[in-house]
Design a protein around this ligand. Structure first.
Ligand code: SF4
Length: 59
């Protein structure tokens, strides 16, 4: 998934920190099996990988 931060956010310290954190996820899915909210709700978007996808969409 390609992510481009919005111009007003990209040059800021918060934007750089967010970009570094979000790019550490390689979307392997190993976290899903042990995620309590995913096990409870059964929705990919309620697991770590899904949350990271959502954060990327916001950014
Ligand atoms: S957050 Fe989940 S999908 Fe992303 S790298 Fe870690 S284990 Fe893999």
């Amino acid at each position: 998934m390609q992510t481009n931060l919005s111009p007003e956010f990209k040059g800021t310290a918060d934007g750089q920190a967010a970009e570094a954190i979000l790019r550490k996820c390689v979307h392997c899915g190993f976290c899903t099996a042990t995620c309590p909210t995913y096990q409870l709700l059964g929705d990919e978007l309620d697991g770590p990988r899904g949350r990271i996808y959502r954060m990327k969409q916001v950014l």
